[in-house]
Design a protein around this ligand. Structure first.
Ligand code: AHM
Ligand code: MG
Length: 336
C-alpha cells in the first residue's frame, strides 16, 4: 500500500496519540460516526431508485416498510452511537427531547449532537445533502445518564465537529481544534481517505449564499449589504457571485473551499433566524474558525453564545473572515 494513503481511522488515532490522557473512547466514537456515514451515504445514493425498483405504498420488495431517508439517517446515527460506552446522551434535529442511552448499555463521557440529514427537502431532486455532528465532554457526573445540560454548552467547549456531504462523492470533514481535514469516501473499498489535509478558507471570498426571496422581511442592514455585494466596482472586485443550493452543508462546503459567505439572517417572519444554534451553527462555526474564517449572529461570535434550549435558533453569517466582518458592520450601521 502507498505510504501516502491516510484513512480516517489512522488520522484519528494519530491525532489521539498527541493526547496521553486519551482512552480510545473518542476514537471508537468517531469510527461509529464514520460507519453511520457510510450507511447513510449508501442509502442516499440509492434514493433515486425508490419507485423504479417497484416499491409502492412505502413497502419495498423485501416486504419491509421503506423509511423516509431522514428518518433512516436519524435511526442510523442513534443506533451507531448508543451502545459502545462512549456516549452519555444525544441530541438530534429529529427528536424533540434529548435522546438517552438505553438502560442496558454502558454510559460514556461524551454528548453527541447531530442533524442526521440536513437539507433533506432537496433529496427528491438529487441535490446534495449532509449530516452534521459535534461532540462535548459531559459536565454531569460520569456513570449516570447524560442530561440536557451536557448539550447546552457554548460552542467553544466542543471537542470535535464535523459534517458529511453526500455529493458527487461523499466527503467527511472534521476538526478537533487542530485544523480542518477532509476525507473522501472511496466507494470501492469503503474507506474515508484523506484528500483535503489542513483546509484553509480564503480571508476574502467571491461568493455570497443567501435565500434572497426573504429580502423584504430582512432588517435594513442586511438589505444594504446585499445591495452592496451586487454593485459593480472593479477596485473591490464586485459584484460578488451568488450561489445558493438551499442545503447548508453543500453551500458551506463549497464556500469553505472557494471562499465566500453564507447568510441566514433573522427576518420579520422568523425573528430568531431559521437555523439551529446547536447542531447546525455551532459545529460549522468550529470548522470555519479552524479554517481561518469567522461565524457570527451579526453581533456575537456564534461559539460564545450559551444555548438555553436544544433546538434554539440563531441568525447565521459564516465564511471568509473579511466578508463576515463586513456583514457585522452593515448590521451595526457602521457601513451602509
Ligand atoms: P432542514 O434542517 O429542515 O433541512 O433545514 C435546514 C436547511 C439548510 O440546509 C438550508 O441552508 C436551509 O434550510 C434552506 O432554507 P430556505 O429553504 O429557507 O432557504
Ligand atoms: Mg437541518
Amino acid at each position: 500500500m502507498s505510504e501516502k494513503i491516510i484513512t480516517l481511522s489512522r488520522h484519528i488515532i494519530e491525532e489521539q496519540r498527541k493526547h496521553p490522557e486519551a482512552t480510545g473512547k473518542f476514537t471508537d466514537l468517531m469510527n461509529d460516526i464514520a460507519f453511520a456515514a457510510k450507511l447513510i451515504s449508501y442509502h442516499t445514493n440509492k434514493a433515486g431508485l425508490l419507485g423504479v425498483l417497484g416499491e409502492t405504498f412505502n413497502v419495498n420488495i423485501q416486504g419491509e416498510v421503506v423509511k423516509k431517508l431522514d428518518v433512516f439517517a436519524n435511526e442510523t446515527m442513534i443506533k451507531a452511537l448508543d451502545h459502545n460506552g462512549h456516549t452519555c446522551v444525544m441530541v438530534s434535529e429529529e427528536s424533540e427531547d434529548v435522546i438517552p442511552i438505553p438502560e442496558n448499555y454502558p454510559l460514556g463521557r461524551y454528548a453527541v449532537l447531530f442533524d442526521p440529514l440536513d437539507g433533506s427537502s432537496n433529496i427528491d431532486a438529487n441535490v446534495s445533502v449532509g449530516t452534521i455532528f459535534y461532540i462535548y465532554l459531559r459536565v454531569t457526573p460520569e456513570g449516570r445518564p447524560g442530561r440536557a445540560e451536557d448539550c447546552l454548552q457554548p460552542g467553544i467547549k466542543q471537542v470535535c465537529a464535523g459534517y458529511i456531504v453526500y455529493g458527487s462523492s461523499t466527503m467527511l470533514v472534521y476538526t478537533t481544534g487542530n485544523g480542518v481535514h477532509g476525507f473522501t469516501l472511496d466507494p470501492s473499498y469503503g474507506e474515508f481517505v484523506l484528500s483535503h489535509p489542513d483546509i484553509k478558507t480564503p480571508k476574502k471570498g467571491k461568493i455570497y449564499s443567501v435565500n434572497e426571496s426573504n429580502f423584504d422581511y430582512w432588517e435594513q442592514g442586511i438589505k444594504n449589504y446585499i445591495h452592496y455585494v451586487k454593485q459593480v466596482d472593479e477596485k473591490t472586485d464586485r459584484p460578488m457571485n451568488s450561489r445558493y443550493i438551499g442545503s447548508m452543508v453543500s453551500d458551506f462546503h463549497r464556500n469553505l473551499l472557494y471562499g465566500g459567505v453564507f447568510l441566514y439572517p433573522a427576518s420579520s417572519r422568523s425573528p430568531e433566524g431559521k437555523l439551529r444554534l446547536t447542531y447546525e451553527a455551532n459545529p460549522m462555526a468550529f470548522i470555519i474558525e479552524q479554517a481561518g474564517g469567522r461565524a457570527s449572529d451579526g453581533y456575537r461570535r456564534i461559539m460564545e453564545i450559551l444555548p438555553e434550549h436544544i433546538h434554539q435558533r440563531t441568525p447565521l453569517f459564516i465564511g471568509s473572515e473579511k466578508d463576515v466582518a463586513m456583514i457585522e458592520d452593515f448590521i451595526s450601521g457602521r457601513l451602509s
